[in-house]
Design a protein around this ligand. Structure first.
Ligand code: KE4
Length: 446
């Protein structure tokens, strides 16, 4: 029997007090909405420190972590080599606002792994990367419209906070107040894994589409892999209609393999957006691709984009270290752990007669509380989010820290292990059995 950490007994009194205090200065007490646990209920633990695959909170609790900072930490928390490299870099100065060799070295390292990125520009987040890539695509084509996919998230840039209008062929409407209808109107929303929906939009908005942006392995509706031929079809449609194909590999970059999804599926985008792993846990984003496009970015060309801390030496140091550790052995381990966890969760669901549909790709997976397959946003939305919330809280009480939303991916790292995965599977079985027991009286009374 694997013992669960002391967390099970804690009321997280310190975190509750700290959360109340945080709300007096930070909107919702957090710096990014999902961290507030609104989708799953309860008080978010305030984290004091982390090491390897574990988080340690302000109440003495510890957790096996499957958020891993939402993807960047493919090597785990605070690996010794990284913390040493950062300490040495910090002693040389934290920021210069001037050219350094570090950003050149990281750019060359990225190009070795993703040859489609002939030129690259570093920014400070995935949001900046996608915003800038879209501006460049519009400048290069002289067109305004963008095609994105329902359920895909590309950061909080105005053009991306858009949902389909009254119909997929109509102009987009904002998903957030503050996004102007005029900006949203240039975004058109297609269905993931549905090439016909893309063809229809191109036909209706002929010669007005600047770019098509896609998560080549969707992660923001939960994990939804591309159907066979989907990415190849997008490449053909973009070429046919003179649009720029943008792969948003902020999650899949270096995660799906050293060359990301574009290497894994053999489809070459015109532009790629990166984030997360490329910064090794520090704030880094990047966009890059065809030289004829990137040479239009200032100061080489007229498309303006800038950033005080872009190419920051500490962030570049972290990214260089993270990419230097991307070995075939690491990916074999990550794939093995991902398969072990997915199989164990599926087994726990079978043993408790729980409707659970697992989508997985290597070291990222999402168990959907759903009896039917999840292939796009419409199907993902049918998942039982209340059940996921109960599961989340039960796992947290047993020392397992999952993404606080049904529509996110669980991330493994090189710091995870078979024993940690087995402890997670055991906690999942205990949680699902407890959920089944609590549901039983209701069904018995019917
Ligand atoms: P950032 O601006 O958060 O660095 O990146 C935006 C972004 C762009 N593209 C993809 C595919 C992304 O997944 C993201 C950000 N991912 C979310 C979680 N799925 C970040 C977590 C959060 O918002 O707190």
């Amino acid at each position: 029997m694997i013992s669960f950490p002391a967390m099970a007994a804690s009321t997280r009194a310190n975190s509750r007090r700290l959360f109340a205090r945080a709300k007096r200065i930070l909107p919702g007490g957090v710096d990014s909405p999902v961290r507030a646990f609104s989708a799953v209920g309860g008080t978010p633990p305030f984290i004091r420190r982390a090491r390897g695959a574990r988080l340690f909170d302000e109440d003495g609790g510890s957790y096996i972590d499957y958020v891993m900072s939402w993807g960047p930490l493919i090597h785990g928390h605070a690996p010794a080599g990284l913390t040493r490299a950062l300490a040495e870099a910090a002693a040389r100065g934290t920021s210069f606002g001037a050219p350094t060799t570090l950003e050149v070295e990281l750019g060359l390292a990225v190009r070795r792994l993703m040859p489609s990125i002939e030129r690259i520009r570093f920014v400070n987040s995935g949001t900046e990367a996608t915003m800038s890539a879209l501006r460049l695509a519009r400048a290069a084509t002289g067109r305004d419209r963008l095609i994105k996919f329902a359920g895909c998230y590309h950061g909080h840039g105005d053009a991306f906070l858009v949902q389909a209008g009254s119909g997929a062929l109509t102009l987009g409407v904002p998903t957030s107040p503050g996004v102007s209808r005029a900006v949203a109107a240039d975004t058109l929303v297609a269905e993931y894994n549905d090439l016909t929906s893309v063809e229809r939009i191109f036909a209706k908005h002929r010669n007005r589409v600047a770019a098509l942006i896609v998560e080549p392995i969707a992660g923001n509706m939960g994990v939804v892999p591309p159907a066979t031929g989907f990415l190849e079809g997008l490449r053909e449609l973009a070429d046919q209609h003179g649009a720029i194909l943008i792969f948003d590999e902020v999650i899949s970059g270096f995660r799906a393999g050293p060359g990301g999804a574009q290497e894994r599926f053999g489809v070459r985008p015109d532009l790629t957006c990166l984030g997360k792993i490329i910064g090794g846990g520090l704030p880094v984003g990047a966009y890059g691709g065809r030289q004829d496009l990137m040479d239009q970015v200032a100061p080489a060309g007229p498309v303006y984009q800038a950033g005080t801390l872009s190419g920051n030496p500490l962030a570049m140091t972290a990214g260089l270290w993270a990419l230097s550790q991307l070995t075939p052995k690491l990916y074999r381990k990550l794939d093995g752990l991902g398969a072990r966890l997915a199989a164990g969760l599926a087994d726990a669901a079978r043993q408790t007669d729980t409707d659970l549909h697992l989508n997985a790709h290597g070291s990222v997976l999402t168990p959907f509380f759903s009896a039917t397959p999840i292939r796009n946003y419409q199907s993902a939305r049918r998942a039982d989010t209340a059940a996921y919330g109960r599961f989340f809280r039960g796992m947290l009480a047993r020392g397992i820290y999952l993404p606080p939303s049904q529509f996110e991916g669980w991330f493994l790292s090189g710091a995870h292990s078979n024993p940690l995965v087995d402890a997670t599977i055991e906690a999942a079985g205990a949680t699902l059995r407890s959920m089944r027991r609590r549901a039983a009286p209701a069904s018995a009374s019917r």
